[in-house]
Design a binder for this molecule. Structure first.
Ligand code: PMP
Length: 368
């Protein structure tokens, strides 16, 4: 630590999910079990070029990511949301976009008394960014059913950050409940809605953008488009918020999104039909797995995401996590108050989930 800055020495970094070498089934980081769009794969190969066709990789990528922003606009149009490229910001995964939100919109501790507000149980990266960027924050407890209740958010704040659907619970908060928070914060603070999982259920807050210049919707291609390894995320909002993010990006890493990533993302975004078909498949599997787990005595939270958050009163979650891990089945367990006895499992293929269900059933029978 002797060479570290105070920041590097003091920070507790985010812990990513494990990446076991030869997992039998990897359902611990909410990746999509299906391949990305064939059009995206073709675009990736074409963008990479070959020795006799010197690749554009020699050159810097477009710092403005204009083609990706246009593709986002086209995909949103197909979903009935009318935007222009000035409403879109592109980043190196949504983690990158979120990090820029912290720098662009949330006040540093000490500058004001008003803290950034987010739920006590949510994406565990939020407190890491808040500490890294010195943002004062307050975690608002989810209610007993693990829903985000508005009471904690209708008070002076330096910003609001909500994952919707929330992670790791999977619970979706209807827009009619988000609107009062946006109205309360209007002309005062920015409300970021992290929609990493919106493709798997619920209506996007993007439909509220015309009324709320303080709303920023953050999305990713990691889950719905099966491109976690590509690292592309984006934000939708009023041009002045997009400009705020761009100011930060151009002060840190103007070429944050590489050429390959941009070309692949464009093709993936435009293949709206493929994405919808794969998403529908995952949702159908999710419902089937939820029912099977409920039949085994699990309490399954209602999920609008590509994962389930479950608990069983007769089985310790940690024990189940370890038993499954020993068999090469990787799920996620968070050693955190309130959710210690839950496991989160991503939705894999039907075949993977059948194996998972079989193993869980076997574990339960040995524990009873
Ligand atoms: N937000 C939430 C709620 C997430 O669960 C994740 C994935 N861990 C992200 C954002 C980040 O996704 P990515 O950086 O891959 O776009």
């Amino acid at each position: 630590m002797e060479y570290y800055s105070k920041t590097a020495a003091g920070i507790s970094p985010y812990t990513p999910g494990e990446r076991p070498e030869r997992p039998l089934i990897k359902i611990n980081t909410n990746e999509n079990p299906y391949p990305p769009s064939p059009a995206a794969l073709t675009a990736a190969c074409e963008a990479a070029g070959s020795t006799d066709n010197p690749s554009a990789l020699r050159l810097y990528s477009d710092p403005d990511g204009l083609e990706v922003r246009q593709a986002v606009v086209a995909a949103e149009k197909a979903a009935g949301v009318v935007l222009t490229p000035e409403n879109v910001f592109v980043g190196n995964g949504s983690d990158d976009v979120l990090s820029m939100c912290f720098q662009a919109f949330f006040p540093p501790a000490g500058a004001e008394d008003k803290p950034l507000l987010f739920p006590d149980i949510s994406y565990s990266f939020y407190p890491v960014y808040a500490k890294l960027y010195g943002v004062a924050y307050q975690e608002e407890p989810l209610d007993e059913g693990f829903a985000v209740s508005n009471a904690g958010y209708l008070r002076p704040n330096g910003g609001v950050l909500l994952a919707n659907p929330n992670a790791p619970t999977g619970i979706y908060k209807p827009l009619a409940e988000i609107e009062p928070i946006l109205s309360y914060c209007l002309h005062k603070s920015v409300v970021v809605v992290d929609e990493a999982y919106i493709a798997f259920g619920g209506v996007s807050a993007a439909t509220l953008l015309p009324w709320f210049p303080n709303l920023l919707v953050v999305r990713t291609l990691s889950k719905s488009h099966a491109l976690a390894g590509l690292r592309v995320g984006y934000a939708l909002g009023h041009p002045h918020l997009i400009e705020g993010l761009t100011r930060i990006k151009n002060s840190v890493n103007p070429y944050a999104v590489g050429y390959l990533a941009q070309k692949t993302a464009v093709a993936a975004l435009l293949d709206v039909g493929y994405c919808a078909a794969m998403t529908a498949r995952i949702v159908a599997t999710r419902e089937r797995v939820a029912q099977s787990l409920a039949r085994m005595g699990f309490m399954v939270l209602p999920s609008a995401a590509n994962f389930l958050f479950v608990t069983h009163e007769r089985v310790e979650a940690r024990q189940l996590y370890e038993c499954l891990g020993a068999e090469g089945i990787w799920v996620r367990h968070f050693d955190q108050p309130r959710i210690k006895n839950y496991i989160r499992l991503s939705i894999g293929t039907d075949e993977e989930m059948d194996v998972f269900l079989q193993r869980v059933e076997r574990e339960l029978s040995t524990i009873h």
